[in-house]
Design a protein around this ligand. Structure first.
Ligand code: BCO
Length: 569
């Protein structure tokens, strides 16, 4: 793909940008306070075009806006002007070559390649709602996403194009398939050649802050993933003073968030936050996770800020490096799952750097955290980030006193805060289910101390958080049910020293499989799940049992199995 990028984009210069920016406040001097909600906001025109203009006026340093590398020594560096120009071309590809319109949904399933950033910003310029998805998705996952959203377009690479093709006939709404590749494929539009011939002139839409911008699929205890719909206020939030205080990114920063771009952690940490500040987004292709490679990258490149899930830090620490000193790294943040106090301590001892926790969800972006320079209480995920009013609530939405266990709630009445998701698309029942009095109920359990620091305890449902992935047990159980050996199964969370938690499946076998070698069967079932659905969900632990614990009405007692795993029974 990189050869294609070089070939296609070589010689494309940013068009001179007429001074058409709606805001010149940028992230250095936001003109809004945390509670303002301007009627209009568009990240492309307010942020990207602002920094392009700053560059053209010589008011931003020489660092690129985007710096992409891989392990083969290939590199792409784009200035803000180049990104602005390329994303205007991308916007024209969507509206002119693909016939897409404002409000259409587009599935964005790309690995860590520069085109991901072009597509996301191209969507924002045109008002097309982008739906990021991890490249681990399988045909069935893609089918569900395309059907549930009635997506009009999909953008992906050679690896997933066959999976899309295998289900496309069942997706009547899908009218454009865009391929990011050096090769052509029947029925697919070639992103690189279209972008080359597209005009670099495009007028960004004037989006209302509350117009939809992105959708994230997120798992629950039951059913298929829900579509958490976000408005442009997700991007506006990065612009507000409280968010700017969190990492305190500056134009001279080089920021690396290696999270898969299918997750909101990457959308916020590797798009909205750094570019709002005019920083460089650093991207490594990372086809496979490798803690040694990550250490090499942090040592080799002048990265100043690093944001990753706790499992990444944990797995780096477990390599037992003799030295972990990074010459330019100044600030580390982590979010997506719980971090243990001893892990924080170990990171500090080995690197000399503090590890700042962030708490968020697909529905809320980042809602709590430890802003740079403020007190860290190891084991706590920090305090609420304004304008979110985060409280610990009971099941009726009453605010609980300090140090009392309850659910983490975000106040939505009388005013829904900037940055909180709009709703679960096409699912008013599920949207209503998570409303609890005046609060959005995150489903996470915690306590809050007298200073407002929040201490995470776990989920209040059966959702599993394995190495930062939110996994619904029924998604795994449904995949297992399609294997002939499985009579029934119950999937729960189980503790793990590397991943915090892992997926564990308790399986009752069909009689004809009882005599099979259990080790072999375990492997076979794991591979089966990896083939049926996104492999990160596969059960890393499997136990065969004669029967599942059930209530009198026949409901599986997952709670009982989970408690056993955590030694609580
Ligand atoms: O461990 P195994 O080798 O047995 O299996 C791995 C992969 O090898 C395998 N796999 C991947 N692609 C495959 C495949 N198998 C078949 N076909 C494919 N195409 O599946 C397993 C995937 O597990 P993994 O993703 O956990 O892999 P890995 O390499 O162990 O990565 C470790 C981590 C820590 C890098 C990874 O778990 C990770 O990225 N975790 C963080 C997730 C994250 O960013 N979460 C944030 C969500 S957003 C949020 O929480 C809101 C916060 C503001």
């Amino acid at each position: 793909a990189l050869r294609g990028i070089r070939k296609s984009f070589h010689g494309i210069q940013a068009a001179p940008w007429p001074l058409r920016c709606q805001s010149v406040s940028g992230a250095g001097a936001p003109r809004w306070n945390d509670f303002d909600k301007p009627e209009e906001f568009n990240f492309a025109s307010y942020v990207m075009d602002y920094w392009a203009q700053m560059e053209q006026e010589g008011r931003r340093g020489p660092n690129p806006a985007l710096w992409w590398v891989n392990s083969e020594g290939d590199e792409v560096k784009w200035s803000f002007s180049e990104v602005a120009s390329l994303t205007r071309r991308t916007a024209n590809v969507f509206t002119q070559s693909c016939g897409l319109q404002r409000g259409d949904f587009l599935a964005l399933i790309l690995p860590r390649i520069p085109e991901w950033w072009l597509v996301a910003i191209g969507c924002i310029r045109t008002g097309i709602v982008f739906m990021p998805g991890t490249t681990q998705l399988k045909a069935k996952d893609i089918l569900y996403r395309l059907q549930a959203s009635k997506a009009k377009a999909v953008v992906t690479t050679d690896t997933l194009a066959p999976e899309v093709d295998s289900v496309a006939s069942e997706c009547p709404a899908l009218k454009a398939k865009l391929l990011v590749s050096d090769h052509s494929r029947d029925g697919w539009l070639d992103f690189h050649s279209l972008i080359q011939s597209a005009s670099p002139e495009h007028t960004c839409i004037k989006s209302k802050t509350e117009d939809p911008m992105a959708i994230f699929f997120t798992s629950g205890t039951t059913g298929l993933p829900k579509m958490a719909k976000h408005s442009h206020s997700l991007a506006l939030r990065s612009y507000l003073p409280s968010c700017r205080k969190l990492q305190q990114l500056k134009p001279s920063d080089i920021s690396w968030c290696p999270s898969d771009p299918g997750w909101i952690l990457a959308v916020v940490g590797s798009l909205l936050e750094p570019w709002t500040a005019g920083s460089t987004i650093f991207i490594h292709s990372l086809p496979q996770f490798d803690p040694k490679l990550m250490v090499e990258v942090l040592s080799k490149y002048p990265i100043t800020q690093f944001l990753a899930a706790p499992s990444v830090f944990r797995m780096i620490l477990q390599q037992n490096f003799t030295s972990l000193r990074f010459p330019t790294l100044q600030h580390c943040s982590t979010g997506g799952e719980a971090l243990l106090p001893e892990e924080q301590e170990k990171w500090k001892k080995q690197t000399g750097l503090l590890l700042h926790e962030i708490y968020g969800q697909s529905e809320v972006g980042m809602s709590c955290g430890v802003p740079r320079g403020t007190k860290i209480k190891p084991g706590s995920m920090g305090k609420a980030i304004s304008p979110f009013d985060v409280q610990i609530i009971d099941s009726k939405g009453n605010v609980l006193p300090p140090n009392t266990e309850g659910s983490i709630g975000i106040r939505i009445k009388p005013t829904r805060p900037t940055g909180l998701f709009m709703c679960y698309e096409n699912n008013p029942e599920k949207t209503a289910e998570v409303e609890c009095g005046d609060f959005y109920n995150t489903g996470d359990r915690a306590t809050m101390d007298e200073e407002g620091y929040i201490w995470f305890l776990g989920r209040d449902d059966d959702v599993i958080n394995a190495s930062g992935y939110r996994i619904g047990p029924t998604e795994v159980e449904n995949a297992l049910a399609e294997h002939p050996a499985v009579k029934e199964s119950a999937v729960v969370s189980s503790p793990d020293t590397s991943r915090g938690e892992v997926v564990k499946a308790f399986i009752v076998l069909n009689p004809q499989f009882l005599a099979h070698n259990q080790q072999q069967l375990t492997k076979e079932l794991q591979e089966h799940v990896k083939a049926m659905t996104a492999p990160y969900k596969y059960p890393r632990k499997v136990e065969f049992i004669p029967e599942l614990p059930k209530t009198i009405t026949g409901k599986i007692k997952r709670n009982e199995l989970r408690k056993k795993e955590f030694g609580q029974m």
